[in-house]
Design a protein around this ligand. Structure first.
Ligand SMILES: O=C(O)[C@H](CS(=O)(=O)O)OP(=O)(O)O
Ligand SMILES: [Mg+2]
Length: 242
């Protein structure tokens, strides 16, 4: 298996996704939010690029979620804190989500054979799902406005380590950035929260009162939920279907 880690959405070339599995990572916070919402029983998540699209596509029963500048969009039901997407709030509902980076990453990945949403909280399960599809893998770090974000790279390293443990290192070939993120994760795995609090997004979220999100998003493998793109929506990946 070839595993290529891409540093941010701006560097991604969607024609390089053909016939591959793309794992989109946006630890702070879009993919952590998607994973949490689906694990709490939401029916599906429709990722869209703009606020106008979200409002135009809303039909009865849908909920609107997302942020601009980290803050809930006026008139929306949720912002982008995973803890807002509780079982009582989301069960059985479709959520239309738009965020600064993560939903753009999903849209960019649409040419791939399979698109999964990954983060620290589902890294092991995400790697196992990628192995099921038996395709080469691109791990797309969403980054922040086309600049690399450390939290996404460390999660890419986590998922790479999980893939190697499932396949054996003789079966895996990494690009140079993938090698770097694997080593970065291995050096920080016992101090992830501290590392993330030092990175720019971690500092910014704490400064504006979202420090609880950091604790939730930096926990390793707290769920086996893996969001998978089906047509244009994220739904729970179920191994039984493949
Ligand atoms: O909501 C977030 O944490 C970020 C906002 S920003 O990019 O840091 O301004 O959006 P996301 O799409 O989850 O990276
Ligand atoms: Mg982010």
């Amino acid at each position: 298996m070839q595993i290529d880690v891409v540093a941010n959405i701006g560097e991604a070339r969607s024609d390089e996704f053909l016939h591959k599995t793309v794992i989109v990572i946006d630890v702070l916070r879009a993919t952590s939010t998607m994973i949490t919402a689906l694990s709490n029983g939401c029916k599906s998540i429709l990722p869209v690029e703009t606020v106008i699209q979200a409002k135009e596509l809303q039909t009865s029963g849908d909920l609107l979620g997302g942020e601009r500048y980290c803050k809930k969009i006026p008139g929306f039901d949720f912002g982008n804190s995973p803890s807002e997407y509780s079982p009582s709030a989301v069960k059985g509902r479709r959520i239309i989500l738009t965020t600064t980076n993560g939903t753009r990453g999903i849209q960019k990945a649409m040419k791939a054979d399979h698109v999964l949403a990954g983060a620290f909280i589902n890294g092991a399960a995400c790697a196992a799902a990628a192995v099921d599809f038996r395709r080469d893998v691109v791990i797309l770090c969403a980054g922040t406005q086309d600049v690399f974000s450390l939290e996404d790279g460390l999660a890419a390293g986590q998922i790479t380590a999980e893939l190697i443990s499932l396949l054996g290192d003789k079966q895996v070939c990494l690009n140079d950035f993938g090698q770097a993120m694997l080593h970065a994760f291995e050096r920080n795995r016992d101090g992830l929260r501290a590392a993330i609090l030092l990175c720019s997004n971690g500092k910014r979220l704490c400064k504006i009162g979202f420090q609880d999100d950091i604790d939730l998003c930096c926990a390793l493998n707290t769920t086996t939920m893996v969001p998978m793109l089906l047509h244009d929506q994220m739904v729970p990946y179920k191994q039984s279907l493949f």
